[in-house]
Ligand binder design. Structure first.
Ligand code: OSB
Ligand code: MG
Length: 370
């Protein structure tokens, strides 16, 4: 695929409700939309960095810089064979996985469109619809949280994830468990605890949770192993798994029993596929994480979650849980069995609402091969 032109749009989109985690509160979601022109075909990708370096060190600002000054010169005018060829070309850029993954997604969209195959078909997805859940941010109080969970359960979500942080953990989680004794429930700390203060999390072990996600520091796989030894509940790693290598470390160390796969955090969909396969070989279940994506990233997540080892519900909710207006013409809806249909169209299987894109754009960079 000869790369004829590439565009990066830094977008800022209002969320339908604020999303609060242990690292901060988002009212608007930023991201970078990647558009690549190749031999008359247009491919789209989403870089899931946001305004603040809270989830990891990247931001929309660093992503625009890395994409413009380092990634673009390596691919513009070049003939890119496939995703692994792309990974090879950008392997000299340390880190910045979210930036790289946005471009790789656009390449997959192009490859699918050229071959007239959906991403699910390209990857050998095993299902037509994927099981999903909802991730609920930290609320004003435990009773507000219970109300929010009740609303989502009413809408049809059969799995609830709640965000926790020190001081807002056992009481909040217990309240949701008491209100919904049978709901599939899990928690996510986004690296808010040290091994010492993780002692306060021990009561969570008796709440019949599916998993406890990323309780400890993002660069600390070893302490997660020490914590997992003390818990019946599976530990799930999110932030710590930034490459297939890190997935192997975690498996070998027995640091977790579940892995959350996010193509962005791993540096690209090709890397996500590798982690999926590695976990399957080791009988470790995976599920698809979310980064409050637009319809572009959401289409990619749903296609990924159609692969066989995605055996737990993903953080993939319906479009209207996030945005009143999205950048895709298509929107994703929740089926009555807490699933979302896998797109069938070529590539990502979605189209762009150019007007929405323009309205949400904060900054735009465009490069042509001359
Ligand atoms: O840790 O899973 C996370 C959103 C932004 C950053 C990190 C995380 C999340 C979520 C939301 O939990 C998942 C979603 O997109 O619904
Ligand atoms: Mg997480």
């Amino acid at each position: 695929m000869k790369i004829d032109a590439i565009r990066f749009d830094q977008l800022k989109m209002p969320l339908v409700s604020p999303f609060e985690t242990s690292f901060g509160r988002e009212i608007d979601r930023e991201c970078v939309l990647v558009t690549i022109q190749s031999e008359g075909v247009t491919g789209y990708g989403e870089c899931v960095a946001t305004h603040d370096p809270g989830y990891n060190y990247e931001t929309t600002g660093t992503a625009m810089h890395i994409l413009k000054d380092f990634v673009t010169p390596l691919i513009l005018g070049k003939d890119i064979k496939d995703a692994l060829d792309f990974q090879q070309r950008v392997s000299g850029i340390r880190g910045h996985n979210l930036a790289k993954a946005g471009v790789e997604m656009a390449l997959w969209d192009l490859m699918g469109k050229r071959e007239n195959k959906s991403l699910k078909e390209l990857w050998g997805g095993a299902r037509e619809k994927v099981e999903v859940g909802v991730s609920i941010g930290i609320q004003e109080s435990a009773s507000h949280l219970v109300q929010s969970a009740a609303d989502y359960i009413q809408q049809g979500y059969a799995r609830i994830k709640i965000k926790i942080k020190p001081g807002r953990d056992v009481e909040d989680t217990s309240a949701v468990r008491a209100a919904f004794p049978n709901i599939r429930l899990q928690v996510d700390a986004n690296s808010a605890y040290s091994l010492d203060d993780a002692k306060t999390l021990m009561p969570l072990d008796d709440l019949n949770l599916l998993l406890i996600e990323q309780p400890l520091f993002e660069d600390d796989i070893w302490d997660h192993r020490k914590l997992q030894e003390q818990l019946k509940t599976p530990v799930c790693l999110d932030e710590s798994i930034v490459s297939p290598r890190h997935a192997r470390y975690a498996i070998e160390m027995k640091a977790c029993r579940v892995i959350n796969i996010k193509a962005g955090r791993l540096g690209g969909l090709s890397q996500a596929l590798m982690v999926h396969d590695l976990c399957m070989e080791h009988n470790l279940p995976v599920w698809c994480g979310g980064m409050l994506e637009t319809g572009i990233g959401r289409a990619s997540n749903i296609a990924l979650a159609s692969l066989p080892n995605f055996v737990m519900p993903g953080d993939i909710s319906a479009s209207d849980r996030y945005y009143a207006r999205d950048v895709t013409n298509e929107c994703f809806v929740l089926n009555s069995d807490s699933t979302i249909d896998v797109p069938r169209g070529a590539g990502l299987g979605v189209t762009i609402d150019e007007k929405a894109l323009k309205d949400f754009s904060l900054a735009s960079l465009q490069f042509h091969n001359t």
